[in-house]
Design a binder for this molecule. Structure first.
Ligand code: COS
Length: 357
């Protein structure tokens, strides 16, 4: 990926064949059981792989994480037929997956979504517009949350939407600050008829499905933050060794070396949090609190580290001759996706108060 990524970012070009290639390397279904084409490993291994991909491209790390979400959901909530049909092609990288919860009026307040799914005999008819769907244009299968019942979280259900279903159209593609290879799409659902067997889990279980997926998804976003910031640190350290001012490498000035020391220390702390959450997940223990902490800390760390890396490079850091300005733009989105860092604090605070009650 490395020789192409800067140009692809400028061209906003996503290459689906790279997902297939990552699949051939066994990286698209790491936490999925071997029975369905996965690697049968855990989130610790998944986190390492995502970190490595994010060192080159946060866009592809996000793409990998997002193609993992339908696999994780169907593994836990899918019927045997749904698992059979979809997990293997996704886990092997032969199909691309996506996840669609957000709408224009429901981002952080996910339970207020307004897209409807009306039962009509052996079908559900979906109507509404979804927002911020990563790779919605390339996805072969999208897990969509829609309202089947009353207002609030209990009225939401999850559906499998396949590419090419009549009534499903792509809306606008967002013009973003960074991660341009990863397309962020609006989906228009105009009387989309889905067979009732495309319902995932029970009616009214959709919010729980989404929240469960986001819990593990937060570990993947935190892992991507480790990758971007490690790449930024590598460039900053190299620059501090090479760049001579006032007769010596700038790394010999404490103003610079202390910046590097803080970056490395924060990075190491974030890595431990990410792997702590991943380990709890892999042991089958509760991990939502730790996943929220890892996502919050690692992505805030990545924002600080990439910003400081630009500072170490000075004027050069602000140009496109070096990748650190890209890393800084990529880090920013990680503080927002999979629940803003304010939402992570809300989740952590709520858990703490529930424990003490
Ligand atoms: N796992 C399983 N169930 C969960 C859960 C989780 N992590 N979090 C909440 N739930 C359940 C609750 O237990 C509750 O069910 P019961 O009433 O049966 O107990 C139900 O879901 C509603 O929970 P809550 O009242 O906490 O919902 P809120 O509407 O207050 O929303 C937040 C909670 C803010 C945490 C949620 O809306 C959220 O995560 N928002 C961010 C969304 C997001 O990350 N978007 C990015 C998507 S990427 S496209």
């Amino acid at each position: 990926m490395l020789p192409h990524i800067e140009q692809d970012e400028r061209d906003e070009r996503f290459r689906p064949e790279w997902i297939r290639a990552l699949g051939e390397l066994g990286l698209t279904g790491i936490p999925v059981v071997e029975e369905y084409g996965g690697a049968g490993l855990g989130y610790q291994e998944y986190a390492v792989a995502l970190e490595e991909v994010a060192r080159v491209s946060a866009g592809y790390a996000i793409s990998l994480a997002v193609t993992g979400l339908p696999q994780v959901i169907l593994s836990q909530f899918g019927s045997p037929k749904q698992k059979e049909k979809w997990i293997r092609p996704l886990a092997e990288g032969r199909a691309i997956g996506a996840f669609s919860l957000s709408e224009a009026g429901s981002g952080s307040d996910a339970a207020s979504l307004r897209t409807t799914a009306r039962r009509d005999g052996e079908f559900y008819v979906l109507q509404g517009t979804k927002h911020w769907v990563t790779q919605g244009d390339f996805a072969d299968v999208i897990l969509v949350m829609a309202r089947t019942g009353a207002a609030g979280p209990k009225g939401i259900s999850t559906f499998i939407l396949e590419k090419g279903t009549p009534g499903f159209q792509l809306g606008k593609r967002e013009k973003k600050m960074g991660c341009h290879v990863s397309h962020t799409m609006e989906l228009v659902l105009d009387d989309v008829r889905l067979p009732a067997e495309n319902l995932v889990g029970a009616e009214g279980e959709g919010f729980k499905v989404a929240m469960t997926a986001l819990d593990s998804g937060r570990i993947t976003i935190a892992a991507a933050a480790l990758g971007i910031s490690r790449a930024a640190m590598d460039v900053a350290i190299h620059h501090a060794q090479q760049r001579v001012q006032f007769g010596k490498p700038i790394g010999e000035f404490q103003g610079v070396s202390f910046l590097l020391a803080d970056m490395a220390t924060q990075w190491e702390a974030a890595r431990l949090l990410v792997h702590c959450a991943a380990q709890l997940h892999d042991q089958g223990l509760p991990f939502s609190q730790e996943a929220a902490m890892a996502k919050l800390f690692a992505t805030d760390m990545a924002m600080r580290v990439t910003t400081d890396a630009v500072q170490v490079l000075g004027g050069s850091g602000y140009t496109q001759d070096f990748p650190v300005e890209r890393y800084m733009r990529e880090a920013k989105v990680l503080q927002i996706v999979e629940g803003t860092n304010q939402i992570q604090r809300l989740i952590i605070g709520k858990n703490l108060l529930e424990q003490k009650a």
